[in-house]
Design a protein around this ligand. Structure first.
Ligand code: SOE
Length: 389
């Protein structure tokens, strides 16, 4: 069994989730006995936070210096769980020291930085992976398997959304609110997840047309007027866009951090020429599918509950549940196997930079009111120019 020493940079909400996922990744039902993760060191800027994280989460030691751990010969993996504005410096240093790097999404706050990270990864002798964990949900992997196997025919239409109510009552000055504090806007924070899943299933998006909104700070609670959002250089809290895929399919997307009652609703429905699928993370054990060739008196959707007959499924007994931590553990199992097999993992830095390109394209469309082709060579400059505070 190979032991992989991990350094966790950041022990906030996501770092604590990752820590638990490392604990079960080499013992969980999906493990194959080839590896285990040694939770070696946890990094927090504040010494007392670092010490309590190490004690609470069971890491061997702690430090306040990420620079020390990226040079530490006992570390194989650097796992970056700090705000997106801080990812690049840490990831590039870790890659320079030959570390395998797992980075939370979005990989960066702007396209130019994302592509700089992707280029560094391409020239490094290391495996990279980015935390688009929802693609590892067994139901999503099964949808991909059916599409790749032709069982659903040609992709026709993808309708995806990521709706949350987490922002209601949240601190308007939380780190997510501005780029200056490392925030990326909700288009990059949660929109990146639905873009990753959409392109995983339907292939590359070739043009987008969209709108974004930011919440007004006053007591009205309505949207800030777009002119004011732009003049105040505010990030987005919501967005809606349409898209065309390279295979001719069309798509409609919406994200909103102020969507009452939605909890953590990453959901999609897509239509193929031979069948259709529906998925909602809030009911992630359910996989709803309709086949065109069903008998006429059986038309409609059937609901399948995923189990170990589905890709990444852990349990023979359907309905036992695959949780947020379990899905992260599945992604870490993929990461470990890629490292041991010496092959690229997915989604890697290049994939994440592509997602950032779509985010930038939607933002640019909202700024210009025009359709935007993500391969537009000026997109990175336009994205950096809108350097929201
Ligand atoms: C945003 O609220 C967020 O924490 C995302 O940043 C995570 O990626 C998602 O898994 C849960 O919601």
């Amino acid at each position: 069994m190979d032991e992989l020493g991990v350094a966790l940079i950041g022990a906030g909400f996501m770092g604590r989730a990752h820590s638990q996922a490392y604990e079960i990744a080499h013992t969980g039902a999906g493990a194959d006995g080839r590896f285990r993760f040694r939770r070696e060191v946890v990094v927090e800027a504040d010494e007392s936070r670092a010490a309590s994280a190490a004690a609470d989460l069971g890491w061997e030691r702690c430090t306040t210096s990420w620079r020390a751990v990226v040079e530490d010969p006992s570390i194989d993996i650097v796992d970056i769980c700090v705000p997106p504005g801080l990812h690049a410096e840490i990831a590039m240093a870790a890659l320079e020291h030959g570390k395998h790097v797992f980075c939370e999404k979005p990989i960066a706050n702007d396209l130019a930085t994302a592509e700089r990270m992707s280029r560094a990864a391409a020239s490094a002798d290391a495996v990279t992976q980015v935390g688009f964990n929802y693609r590892n949900t067994p139901a999503v992997s099964f949808a991909r398997e059916l599409l790749d196997g032709g069982r659903l025919g040609h992709p026709l239409m993808f309708r995806g959304q990521y709706l949350q109510d987490a922002a209601f009552g949240a601190d308007p000055n939380r780190w997510r609110a501005t780029r200056a504090t490392g925030g990326s806007g909700m288009l990059a924070d949660i929109g990146s997840h639905v873009i990753d899943v959409a392109e995983l299933l339907f292939g590359d998006i070739v043009r987008v047309s969209g709108l974004v909104r930011a919440i007004a700070d006053d007591t009205s609670g309505g949207w800030l007027a777009e002119a004011d959002r732009r003049s105040e250089r505010r990030l987005d809290d919501a967005g809606a866009w349409i898209a065309e895929f390279g295979n001719g399919a069309i798509g409609a997307f919406s994200i909103n951090a102020y969507s009452s009652g939605r909890n953590n609703e990453l959901s999609f429905a897509f239509d193929g020429s031979l069948g259709a699928v529906e998925f909602n993370w809030n009911r992630r054990e359910e996989f709803r599918v309709s086949y065109v060739d069903e008998p006429a008196d059986h038309r409609g959707f059937r609901t399948i509950h995923t189990n170990d007959n589905h890709p990444g499924g852990w349990w023979r007994l359907a309905g036992l549940g695959t949780g947020y931590i379990d899905v992260m553990a599945i992604q870490f199992q993929d990461f470990a196997r890629a490292i041991l097999d010496g092959c690229p993992s997915a989604p890697d830095f290049a994939s994440a930079a592509r997602v950032q390109r779509i985010v930038a394209a939607v933002r640019h469309s909202a700024e210009t009111g025009r359709w935007v082709d993500p391969t537009n060579p000026h997109l990175a400059d336009a994205d950096t120019a809108f350097d929201a505070r």
